[in-house]
Design a protein around this ligand. Structure first.
Ligand SMILES: [Fe+2]
Length: 274
């Protein structure tokens, strides 16, 4: 599995402080079936400013340590970038780390509250530069919890979205879980990451969450989120329109229940049979 969101590099943010903790996280990830993990330290959040050069250096050092310890995990560079006034300028200066440094996709964390048309405007500006923001953990944002449609305008401007695996398994409480399920069913989720911060309380695990996603949308759709989407991100390749709504891949009619029932009702009055 690929985990596109984890705070694993030691001493950079509110993730692990020491190398030993980072290594414990790496071992947990491998045990869970994660083979590639993108290290995404916080940036521009008012507290941590992990810019591109320092993330790359820390990532190289940690990969050397993993090799020394014989841990079979590949760690790639990334960042979790807060929506901030200096976002566009810093991106234009090349100081912000995109996922796997391909210059295409980056994790964007929304503040709480946010103004959706301002965010949409910036997303649109980014799209003009060939950049695709991936809104991370929208299901944990209070504004989106109150009104999930707030996310739709931002996605329409060119963003994608990533929920946290632990939200689906209930780790972040009832509201995050319910909102996560709602966003998945509305076709507004494209990725799932662990957002790991430690090896015990917030570990880099995704297997259970993907099982929960499979139960929700069917194994075909969950597989798109698990493999097709993150591979495109790591390669910096565009994502086709078909993959932007995982419900297209769902054989499980529970997701499309409303649609199917509606069609059945329509056709039951005519000669066509479903
Ligand atoms: Fe995070």
């Amino acid at each position: 599995m690929i985990d596109l969101h984890a705070h694993i590099l030691p001493g950079l943010d509110d993730g692990p402080e020491l190398e030993a903790e980072s290594l414990a996280m790496a071992r947990t990830a491998v045990m869970d079936g994660i083979t590639i993990l993108v290290a995404t330290p916080h940036c521009l959040d008012g507290r941590y400013h992990n810019f591109r050069d320092s993330v790359q250096l820390a990532c190289n050092a940690f990969n050397s340590l993993l090799a020394e310890e014989g841990i079979n995990l590949q760690v790639l560079p990334g960042a979790e970038i807060r929506f901030a006034p200096e976002l566009v300028e810093q991106m234009d200066r090349g100081r912000l780390m995109t996922l796997n440094d391909t210059g295409r996709y980056f994790l964007l964390e929304l503040p709480d509250p946010f103004i959706s048309h301002v965010v949409s405007h910036i997303v649109f500006q980014m799209a003009g530069r060939g950049l695709v923001p991936i809104i991370c953990h929208p299901e944990r944002n209070k504004m989106i919890q109150r009104d999930p449609e707030q996310l739709r305008a931002i996605l329409a401007a060119g963003a994608l979205s990533q929920i946290t695996g632990g939200s689906l398994t209930g780790q972040f409480g009832r509201r995050a879980r319910e909102t996560g399920i709602r966003l998945v069913k509305a076709g507004m989720v494209h990725f799932m990451g662990s957002d790991a911060h430690s090896h015990k309380s917030r570990p880099p695990r995704l297997a259970d969450a993907f099982k929960a996603l499979g139960d929700l949308v069917g194994s075909g759709a969950a597989e798109v989120v698990r493999t097709v989407m993150p591979r495109a991100v790591l390669a910096g390749e565009p994502i086709c329109d078909r993959h932007r709504d995982i419900r297209c891949f769902s054989r499980d009619h529970r997701v499309n229940e409303g649609k199917v029932t509606g069609l059945r009702r329509l056709f039951s009055h005519g000669s066509l049979k479903l």
